[in-house]
Ligand binder design. Structure first.
Ligand SMILES: *Cc1c(COP(=O)(O)O)cnc(C)c1O
Length: 396
């Protein structure tokens, strides 16, 4: 996008992080952390209030019914807080899983003692609206459905709109892990009905790690009183304290909040969710085209590729090893990410953070140079990987 402000590349000799968060942040975001704030002080309370308002507004159409509850910890703390606070003790959840984060949501429910069932599609097949409708029709005990917007373990963009429609038609409540999508992919509650979503500071808003946040219908938060299994991860209690005092209940991640506010302002200046999503989509398109031109294959067909992160099969060439490839990429200024598939060897390249199409072209050049250094002449994947991928075509 030529009308986007230029990204702010790392100035300290750091590599680019082609990872799904923590990711490459701007110098201004890092610089915002160079002072201390008192957690009780009015200045910090105003920062918390501005952050909550900006996040709710970012939801778009229908945001008026929502409130924002920040939560200390990594993103998974907020997922666990959402599940434990909104699924009542006598409720039952249906988890739509197609990767590590769906499985983690199910694991959290098991830990906190909530009844649940999973619709598990394996490594990367998308849960579809009709099968969700069928599961809900067959099990009237299910009160809540848990969906992952972008399943970061494969990079698949799950069809949230048709899932939300099926859940609403069945009169159940949808909870969304939008961790790696919020801020880059719109999810306006007026069009896609859900009760709550979670995301965190260090993904598409491009802040530093330290906290997550729940964006939930105010009425759902009010109704959640007394549900939580945990003192610290009680969304209602955190919200009630924040509404009453403007403060976080326990020590807030002050510096991470300051950095995040800077990131939120940059997000708005870039043009909000649409512009952020467009930059990431262009990053993906340039990266995927460059990698395919070298001979790599993506796990997913184009229709399921998210603008967040893309999974590539490892080359079958015996000269290739992931560890040597990783080191070669790092030496050339890029931190990459291992794959998470059970069937085929793979690796992932993220395209979120302070990176643009130019950085993607540099990354592809670094891949080419690394392959040459390793003596890999053909990046094509093994036949078994392509056979596995063909199953996606059948099932989707
Ligand atoms: C990053 C991420 C999380 C949270 O991971 P943490 O390591 O706890 O921050 C949860 N779900 C998805 C889909 C994610 O991408």
């Amino acid at each position: 996008m030529s009308d986007c402000p230029a990204i702010d590349p790392p100035r300290l000799g750091e590599p680019y992080l082609l990872t799904p968060g923590p990711l490459t942040t701007s110098y201004a975001v890092k610089q915002a952390m160079l002072r201390d704030w008192g957690s009780w002080d009015g200045d910090f309370r105003a920062m918390t209030a501005e952050m909550r308002e900006r996040l709710v507004a970012m939801l778009g159409d229908g945001h008026e019914a929502f409130t924002c509850v920040p939560m200390q910890g990594s993103g998974s703390f907020s997922v666990e807080a959402m599940l434990g606070s909104f699924v009542p003790r006598d409720g039952k959840a249906l988890v739509l899983a197609n990767g590590a984060y769906g499985q983690r949501a199910a694991q959290a429910l098991a830990y906190i003692g909530r009844a649940f069932d999973a619709l598990d599609k394996g490594d990367y097949l998308p849960p579809r609206g009709p099968e969700v409708a069928a599961r809900l029709a067959a099990d009237p005990a299910v009160t809540h459905v848990v969906a992952i917007h972008c399943e970061t373990s494969s990079g698949i963009l799950n069809p949230l709109a048709e899932i939300a429609e099926a859940v609403a038609a069945a009169g159940r409540t949808l909870l969304v892990d939008a961790m790696s999508a919020f801020g880059a992919l719109p999810l306006p509650p007026a069009e896609v009905p859900y009760a709550a979503l979670v995301s965190s500071a260090n993904k598409c808003i491009e802040g530093v790690p330290g906290f997550g946040f729940v964006l939930a219908r105010r009425e759902a938060v009010v109704a959640a009183e007394g549900n939580a299994h945990s003192l610290c991860l009680d969304v209602h209690a955190q919200w009630a304290a924040m509404e009453a005092t403007g403060q976080w209940r326990y020590t807030p991640p002050t510096h991470a909040v300051a950095a995040f506010l800077e990131a939120l302002r940059a997000h708005a200046a870039e043009g909000g969710v649409a512009a952020r999503g467009a930059r990431y989509a262009e990053n993906r398109d340039v990266l995927v085209a460059g990698m395919r031109a070298l001979g790599f294959e993506t796990l997913l067909a184009d229709r399921w590729l998210s603008p967040i992160i893309t999974t590539f099969f490892c080359p079958a060439d015996p000269a290739f090893s992931f560890d040597a490839f990783y080191d070669g990429m790092k030496a050339r200024g890029f931190i990459i990410y291992p794959g998470k598939l059970t069937v085929a060897e793979s690796f992932r390249l993220g395209h979120i953070g302070q990176v643009d199409a130019d950085v993607m072209r540099q990354a592809v050049a670094a891949v080419e140079a690394t392959l040459r250094a390793l003596g890999v002449t053909d990046p094509a994947p093994p036949a078994a990987a392509l056979a596995e991928r063909a199953k996606l075509g059948e099932a989707a």
